[in-house]
Design a protein around this ligand. Structure first.
Ligand code: FES
Length: 104
């Protein structure tokens, strides 16, 4: 099962081994500070906002138009932003590192 590392806004590093599901679900299960998941993963709240480390962007992929629209309403949007609920972990993403974006 793939490993993912979250770096919180307070710079706490949390490694999650044997992750499954999307990044929002994994963060909630592991009490990652700063991830809310308020809309339940339907791409409308951006409380699961993360920054993908630059060396992972290509493998993680870019947001679709619906996700991008939601992200662009967030004042902390950056080109490497993703909504955690839209990034499904897989063996291809083993070792992924994401930073939790600041709260709105
Ligand atoms: S949980 Fe609401 S946008 Fe991801």
């Amino acid at each position: 099962m793939p490993k993912v590392t979250f770096i919180t806004a307070e710079k706490t590093t949390v490694e999650v081994s044997d992750s499954s599901g999307n990044l929002m679900e994994i963060a909630l299960e592991n009490n990652i500070t700063g991830i809310g998941g308020d809309c339940g993963g339907v791409c409308s709240c951006s409380t699961c906002h993360v920054y993908v480390r630059k060396d992972w962007i290509e493998r993680v992929g870019l947001p679709d138009s619906v996700e991008k629209d939601t992200l662009e309403f967030n004042s902390h949007y950056q080109p490497n932003s993703r909504l955690g609920c839209q990034v499904e972990m897989s063996d291809d993403l083993d070792g992924l590192v994401v930073e939790v974006a600041p709260a709105e």
